[in-house]
Design a binder for this molecule. Structure first.
Ligand code: ATP
Ligand code: MG
Length: 571
């Protein structure tokens, strides 16, 4: 490939619109351009990187026995009404009408379409198991599209769906995908962690996410430093220490005047107690009515856990007026004693023998409040978020809290969609049975950005060999010296002939400009052809990540490069 013939509009400056490094670099390296919020054009170099990801995903999916299909982006509303999701999916679902006034959506995911296909085409147990996947464009009208390809509105996903006769077979299908995903992300050259993920009210460990570790990641995960436990922070379990002494308050509760003292810090300072002795009372609105959640002052509520415990989808902190209506006091003075809504307590709060709470009276707190004696709880459960100081729920070891970018998700669906859409098969006895399902997503375009978040420096991108749009660049120091140009052309031609993906920078630019662009594009191996090395029948080879340079004789150059590429691709 000749640089001069390609559309590679590199930029010298960071574009002001971009926050994340990957977003800046994808724009600066001329790999993509924004069309509108969260929607991008992939330019030639960007598309090459995207295709690399797609090919790895495709190879490993095929190897795992999945079959590729391609489903439409536009989906009829009827299917979503049948599954019950038309009214619950919310504003991320882009809905529109055709000329006849019929409702459609642009697919954010394809459970409905694939289940519809399978219920029509699969009749017998003999046709199962089946795993169908596609690599296709999705649209989600994200409330905050950001970080370029990491959270786009239109993006490329690999989505797979598996169909099984029973639970055990579905389990095996899930495991096969889990293994394939580990191979995919390893081959992509990513540093990643597989974590247990929240499954909603279904519960159980039926879902795993694959997280690319990066400080800029939007997801938080808890990872044990001693065993292999790792979970999304939404899901990570808290174990209540056994030695938690619950000595009930001898007296109390006693109201104390605490004017303008609302936050945990203010209460702790004013009453000279520790945050561990204070219990926050959070008032939530849910689709089952208002509830109170009690959390120790040094802990944070985990709303995913609360939602799952209550079996609700809506969970919103009540506004000041509603808090006042329910507690009789301004925000900051709510407490459990005398409260007339269901009270759910985190287990650590419930285990306190004596606590400080709001008094449900503006300007007052209660001290010496004892759970059970002074108020009743609907339930005590694990409702808080794990912190760095918590022990691993499996082995008691130390937990690390890390940041990650979710690039993949595997999920056991069970009978959710097959029941809603009546997807059945006939078993060996001719009896109708529902089909067990699993679904498995990979953020193909997000991986391109995640790889850059993990691999870059001040000069540009540092691709893993497997994702690099070009494996090598050949740079003639000058395009005005025939011998240099000839040698560079020969090296370029020979590399292409041997199947190496190579970019020849044939532009009439200063060497410094070419080196800068080569670093920016992140091409792993750079071959510089100049008069000095040519006089020794050699060229200079530099590795983008290692930054080491070596003078390699022209005769050895091609095998040398091929060997390095192959070593990095195959470990
Ligand atoms: P997130 O929590 O990041 O919104 P999700 O749970 O909505 O992700 P899934 O529905 O499981 O994601 O989709 C499968 C994969 O698609 C995700 O693992 C992620 O890699 C990718 N993905 C999801 N939303 C986006 C987006 N807006 N832009 C790019 N990739 C995305
Ligand atoms: Mg999402």
């Amino acid at each position: 490939m000749l640089f001069s013939r390609m559309l590679i509009p590199t930029l010298k400056e960071d574009p002001s619109e971009a926050e994340a490094d990957s977003h800046k670099l994808l724009l600066r390296a001329g790999m993509m351009r924004k069309l509108t919020a969260g929607i991008y054009n992939y330019l030639p170099v960007g598309l090459r990187a995207l295709r690399k990801v797609e090919n790895i995903v495709r190879e490993e999916m095929n190897r795992a026995g999945a079959q590729e299909v391609l489903m439409p982006a536009v989906q009829p509303a009827e299917l979503w009404q049948e599954s019950g999701r038309w009214n619950v999916y919310g504003k991320e679902l882009l809905r529109f009408k055709d000329r006849h006034g019929r409702d459609y959506c642009f697919g954010p995911t394809h459970e409905e379409v694939i289940t519809d296909l399978v219920r029509r085409e699969v009749q017998s147990y003999r046709q199962l198991p089946l795993n169908l996947y596609q690599i296709q464009v999705k649209f989600r009208d994200e409330i905050r599209p950001r970080f370029g390809l990491i959270r786009g509105r239109e993006f490329i996903m690999k989505d797979a769906y598996s169909f099984h006769t029973d639970e055990a077979e579905a389990e095996a299908g899930y495991q096969a995908m889990y293994d394939a995903y580990n191979r995919i992300f390893t081959r992509c050259g990513l540093k990643f962690k597989t974590v247990e993920a929240d499954t909603g009210p279904i519960g159980g460990s039926y879902s795993h996410e694959f997280m690319v570790l990066a400080d800029t990641g939007e997801d938080l995960l808890a990872s044990c430093t001693a065993c292999d436990y790792a979970a999304n922070l939404e899901k990570a379990e808290v174990i209540l220490p056994a030695n938690n002494p619950a000595v009930p308050a001898a007296t109390g509760p006693e109201a104390v005047h605490t004017p303008n003292v609302r936050t945990v810090e203010e209460v702790a300072a004013f009453l000279k107690v520790t945050p561990q002795e204070i219990v926050k009372t959070l008032i939530y609105e849910t689709d089952k009515g208002p509830v109170a959640v009690l959390i120790r002052g040094d802990h944070e509520v985990n709303e995913v856990k609360v939602r799952n415990l209550l079996g609700v989808t809506d969970l919103i902190l009540a506004g000041p007026a509603r808090v006042e209506e329910l507690t009789g006091a301004e925000v900051g003075f709510a407490g459990a004693v005398g409260l007339n809504i269901p009270i759910y307590a985190d287990q650590a709060a419930a285990a306190l023998g004596s606590m400080v709470t709001g008094a449900n009276r503006t300007g007052y707190h209660l001290v010496g409040v004892a759970p059970q004696r002074d108020f009743a709880m609907a339930q005590a459960a694990d409702l808080r978020t794990v912190t760095q100081n918590d022990p691993c729920p499996r082995c008691g070891g130390a937990l690390d809290i890390l940041r990650g970018i979710e690039v993949g998700h595997v999920f056991k669906l069970g009978l959710k969609y097959s029941k809603a859409l009546k997807a059945v098969y006939l078993d060996a006895d001719g009896a109708e049975q529902f089909i067990f399902m699993g679904c498995y997503g990979i953020g193909v375009s997000r991986i391109v950005a995640a790889a850059i978040e993990q691999g870059h420096d001040k000069d540009g991108i540092i691709w893993p060999m497997a994702l690099a749009p070009f494996q090598a660049a050949v740079i003639p120091i000058s395009v005005n010296e025939a011998a240099v140009v000839d040698a560079a052309l020969r090296v370029h031609e020979e590399l292409e002939a041997q199947g190496v993906e190579v970019l020849l920078d044939d532009r009439d630019e200063r060497p410094g400009v070419k080196f800068k662009d080569c670093d920016l594009l992140g091409i792993p191996l750079r071959v510089v052809v100049g008069p000095k090395t040519l006089a020794q029948a050699a060229a200079e080879v530099r590795h983008r990540r290692k930054k080491d340079t070596a003078i390699i004789p022209l005769d050895d150059l091609i095998p040398h490069l091929k060997e390095r590429i192959s070593r990095e691709l195959h470990g």
